[in-house]
Design a binder for this molecule. Structure first.
Ligand code: ADP
Ligand code: AMP
Length: 213
């Protein structure tokens, strides 16, 4: 089962992808997480990606596609995977499809998590992330048991560099311009499903499970 999560930055793609991964035993692949890991480790890829990410822009397709195709070629992806944050442009989606078509495969579900822009700014300002295990919380909506500490691994949480309000506005504009067209792209392929992302996390997940069953 190959799933693509669509939606604006902060819509809750990562939160749902994590739950799907656990329930269906599939790897959760977040291109944003892979870039952040590379930045933390000081790799060449991380250095190249950082300037784009800090500016709220997309990392160039060539770099992103190469990294993603490499990742989904891993053994753990044989039964499928959940893509979170990829594709973000039509050329990325086409590159992925071209690779899958070669093997007689394709994306089974593209799930669009719908949240209006007004809610997004709120979501992002309260987002807290674990720099160690990648878990995501929200100050108000998804609080940790102990303030500022990851429930999963005990690491101190951070505010992502690109969650500053100015950068969030830029990322939303980039989303509308470059990523939203993917909704029609997957609609044309007859694999598009939509969930209301403004509901509680568990209610959104119930809707997702209904789609996947
Ligand atoms: P994305 O992966 O789409 O960028 P995240 O999954 O990181 O988004 O969610 C963005 C923020 O909103 C996080 O702080 C997360 O904890 C919170 N969040 C996610 N889903 C919901 C929801 N259904 N209701 C309220 N807050 C949510
Ligand atoms: P995310 O964690 O998905 O919100 O991604 C954080 C940032 O990483 C984005 O704002 C982009 O700068 C970069 N990024 C993540 N995925 C992609 C992608 N598929 N294409 C281009 N840039 C990406």
């Amino acid at each position: 089962m190959k799933i693509v999560m669509l939606g604006a930055p902060g819509a809750g793609k990562g939160t749902q992808a994590e739950k799907i991964a656990e329930q269906y035993k599939l790897p959760h692949i977040s291109t944003g997480d892979i870039f952040r890991k590379n930045i933390k480790e000081g790799t060449e890829l991380g250095r190249e990606a950082k300037s784009y990410m800090d500016a709220g822009r997309l990392v160039p397709d060539e770099l992103t596609v190469r990294m993603l195709l490499d990742r989904v070629g891993n053994e753990d992806c044989r039964e499928g995977y959940i893509l979170d944050g990829f594709p973000r442009t039509i050329p990325q989606a086409e590159a992925l499809d071209a690779e899958l078509t070669k093997r007689g495969e394709g994306i089974d579900y593209a799930i669009d998590v719908e949240v209006p822009d007004d809610n997004i700014v709120n979501r992002m300002s309260g987002r807290r992330a674990c720099p160690n295990c990648g878990a995501t919380y929200h100050l108000e909506f998804i609080p940790t048991r102990k303030e500022g500490i990851c429930d999963e691994c005990g690491t101190e949480l951070v505010i992502r560099d690109d969650d500053k309000p100015e950068t969030v506005k830029k990322r939303l504009a980039v989303y509308h311009e470059q990523t939203q067209p993917l909704i029609d792209y997957y609609k044309n392929k007859k694999v598009l499903y939509t969930v209301d992302g403004t509901a509680d996390v568990d209610d959104v997940f119930d809707a997702v499970k209904n789609i996947l069953k």
